[in-house]
Design a protein around this ligand. Structure first.
Ligand code: ZN
Length: 215
């Protein structure tokens, strides 16, 4: 992480943390990481580990900054009135999150579709909504539902579909050790739930090759 991202304000804070939320306590995290290294049988004083507690604490603060994101603030000024009423799709949004059961990463792609109701959101805001919910301790199913419900309510959309495809390091490095398993979850709301036609169109569009792919 870039050095300029860190500010010192009594307690260390990570840039981008909204004023409304309490920032992760980097100082406390740092001493806990030292304890953890000791518990693992390591010597926190050895050369390679000297700055590790500080690095881990800052990385954790960065990876959980979604707790302090205010969605209304994030969407402020990015909702536009429009007559367009066809499906809007943003697919292949990369995300990185951390499973709340093992504190190990899970990562993959999010595909989002919605049917507007006189209002659309700036396209760049959708990945930022994904990040706001991914950068927390999560389970994939909740992440999927939170993204869908947020879009549905903030846009008053007629329907929303969200599909998340992810690999979980807790499955790949330990446990079942299935390296190639991709977990897929989806949330369909409004017309995406009530109209099979709409749902199918969405699923077909997100399955097509990316722009520029030859398929
Ligand atoms: Zn896990």
């Amino acid at each position: 992480m870039a050095k300029q991202g860190i500010k010192r304000q009594g307690r260390q804070q990570v840039e981008g943390v909204s004023k409304s939320g309490r920032a992760a306590d980097v100082d406390v995290l740092q001493s806990l990481v030292t304890e953890m290294l000791l518990a693992l049988g390591e010597k926190p004083g050895r050369n390679g580990l000297l700055k590790t507690p500080e690095r881990v604490a800052k990385a954790l603060a960065f990876m959980t900054q979604g707790y302090h994101r205010d969605i209304d603030q994030l969407l402020n000024g990015a909702l536009f009135p429009i007559e367009y009423d066809e499906m809007v799709i943003v697919k292949d949004i990369d995300f990185f999150s951390m499973c709340e059961h093992h504190l190990l990463p899970f990562y993959g792609r999010v595909h989002v579709g919605y049917l507007p109701n006189k209002k659309v959101v700036g396209l760049s805001k959708i990945p930022r909504i994904v990040d706001a919910f991914a950068r927390r301790l999560q389970v994939q199913e909740r992440l999927t539902v939170q993204i869908a419900e947020t879009l549905k309510s903030k846009l008053n959309a007629r329907g929303v579909g969200v599909v998340v495809e992810a690999r979980h390091l807790c499955m790949m490095m330990r446990g079942v050790e299935k390296q190639n398993t991709v977990a897929v979850s989806s949330s369909m709301l409004g017309t995406f739930r009530s109209q099979p036609q709409t749902r199918l169109e969405f699923l077909k569009l997100i399955r097509r090759g990316s722009v520029g792919d030859s398929d």
